[in-house]
Write a protein that binds this ligand. Structure first.
Ligand code: JFB
Length: 226
């Protein structure tokens, strides 16, 4: 997969993309991520990327010209152009999995109060919000988006960290997990996990996942009428 990111703050990406699983995925060539500074797509002396909203109001908007210039230069016939915005549909694991099947993602981070509407009308395929809280701009949201999509690409996770039984992957939260020692400060690991009975372990895990989901995230069980 190839990913191009358009932002006014390229350095926000460098940290997250250069660590751990994402770093290894890039080194192994599973994904190629290029981060572009939108200012590099201006042509005026002061490299202006923002302007005042027509009709008045507080704050500034991103001008259409640098975004059009960048997208027209970077997009391909098979690109999916994504805009990070608080007005987007909620980003979910199902949407991450759908994006993970695309050969090229071109991600536009909003800044200031947002982007000129013509960017949406003419360029954007999908609008995405990472959750119902307010960020200062779209750059951190885009880093979260890229992380969630890239870890689903074939070969990014090892067998020992398969995406298949993650929380959310099967629509449930994961239940409790334990490692050694079997007793720590008087706190014991449940006997079933030490029993060696794989069937019993699987049954216990399924029950605990459901219990935890019902308690903490009953919304995830909606439609199955718990
Ligand atoms: C994304 C952004 C702003 C107007 C502008 C660009 N879940 C999310 N919360 N906030 C954002 C987001 C996502 N994805 C987000 C892009 C931009 C916020 N801002 C700041 C905040 C509120 N209203 C500018």
């Amino acid at each position: 997969m190839e990913i191009d990111v358009l932002t006014l703050f390229p350095r926000i990406f460098e940290g997250p993309l250069d660590e751990s699983i994402l770093k290894r995925a890039r080194e192994r060539g599973v994904v190629s991520v290029r981060v572009h500074n939108l200012r590099d797509f201006t042509h005026d002396k002061h490299r202006v990327v923002d302007d005042k909203p027509y009709g008045g109001g507080p704050g500034m908007l991103m001008k259409p010209e640098p975004i059009f210039e960048a997208v027209e230069q970077l997009r391909r016939a098979d690109s999916c152009v994504v805009l990070m915005t608080p007005q987007g549909g909620r980003f979910t694991q199902a949407r991450a999995a759908a994006f993970a099947t695309r050969p090229h993602l071109l991600v536009i981070c909003g800044h200031y109060e947002g982007v000129d509407e013509r960017v949406r009308e003419a360029l954007v395929h999908e609008e995405v919000s990472i959750g119902d809280y307010v960020l200062t701009n779209g750059a951190l949201a885009a880093a979260v988006f890229v992380d969630a999509v890239v870890r689903l690409l074939p070969g990014v996770l090892g067998d020992d960290q398969s995406a298949a039984d993650d929380s959310f992957a099967n629509g449930l939260l994961e239940g409790p997990q334990y490692t050694r020692p079997p007793e720590f400060r008087g706190l014991r690991v449940p006997d079933v996990l030490l029993s060696g009975d794989h069937g019993a372990v699987a049954k216990w895990r399924a029950e605990e996942a459901r219990k935890r989901t019902r308690q903490r995230r009953p919304d995830l069980l909606e439609g199955e009428k718990s």
